[in-house]
Design a protein around this ligand. Sequence first.
Ligand code: EPZ
Length: 428
Amino acid sequence: MAKLLIEGGNRLRGKVNISGFKNAALAIIPATILTGSVCVVENLPVIQDVIVYQDILKKLGGEASLSDSGTMVIDTSKIQACNLPNGLTKKLRASYYLLGAGLGRFKEVTISYPGGCDIGLRPIDQHVKGLEALGAVFEVNDGLIKVSAEKLIGNKIYLDVVSVGATINIMMAAVFAEGKTVIENAAKEPHVVDTANFLNAMGANIRGAGTDVIRITGVQELHGGTYSVIPDQVEAGTYMIASAVTKGDLIINNIIPKHLEPVTAKLKEMGMSIEEYGDSLRVHYEKELVPVNIKTLPYPGFPTDLQQPMTVLLSTVKGESIVIESIFENRFRYIEELHKMGANIKVEGRVAAISGIEKLKSAEVKATDLRAGAALVVACLAAEGVSTVHDIYHIDRGYEFIENKFMNLGAKIRRVEDDEENSAEMIR
Ligand code: EPZ
């Protein structure tokens, strides 16, 4: 297994290009199943989760080839059924999209229970509620989910919790449902909009994505085509926060600044200078930062996926901050690792009370999940001395070329195998 060696304390400077959005990619790739045709999906991040989805399509009988530059040519015309009981779906959370896409096209799906980051219970009751309202029948036994429908008929669905996954899954199944489907209290995240835009580009009739009411009118068929995925606002936010924590000066390129407003607003409130230029942002440190309070919320609130790097930043800012995690009940596990680096954070339930310290110190830490892993990298970039981040396979699921991108910004960071000697010299 690989690990990252990081010598912290360098100000990051320069330009970084943001990759395509993982969470949009992981919805759009399965959505191609609905088209039963050839789709060219561009601007995909070349990350482990995308590669796993490529394998899933192939296992189902489709064709999928991914270029180094992130273009996947997908042909789903030969897929005859959506049955994958062999556990491949446990490798990632977004395999739940096979339920909506497979049901839409084949009216029947069997998959093993989805996996993904261990950040809470992550029930799928809202997915089930929505798909049942369209006429589906579920059977869950021994970790297998079977869902089928004689036919899908449009309906009005009110989501009890704002769920990205449930919104997208229902939207996918409803593409071929007879008549109109209305999703109320829908998620408004940019990847919901991107998936709707992809499906509309292939012939679907989805209106209102990006608001809390989405209306889908069923169509008879979709066609193939070319589509480019939006930039990854979570990756972009991670680099923005890395600029703040290292007192740096970064230009973040290939982004949609609107998607980053919750992060931009908080960093500005803390005292960072941020300038916007069309599809890029300059994020630079000019003066001592002040503490702020954060509560994670569905979009356009502060994203739960950036709670972890933001907590790292606040742990280095003099004064008291409060972070409330309101989306996932178990997303503070990485704080134990931050304690090893000297952070002064007390966690009680979903609340983290932070007392900022002057400087984090180097340590051996372990990524507990994807975003926690990225946050620990950010912490190590700020810490004095050489740190090691273990279990970086979590990070590889979602961040493209993370060490190369940070290296180009002046960071001292190197990927080594676990059995290689752990030496500060290796990263100089
Ligand atoms: C998506 O997860 C993302 N994953 C997550 O990113 C992201 O943190 C999350 O949305 C919130 O933005 C993917 O897109 C693959 P939800 P998802 O359904 O769809 C509760 C990352 O690191 N809920 O919006 O699983 C749920 O427990 C990952 O990139 C129900 O109660 O999130 C949570 O508290 C981690 N019942 C809240 O809703 C349901 O049926 C929001 O979950 C569904 C969800």
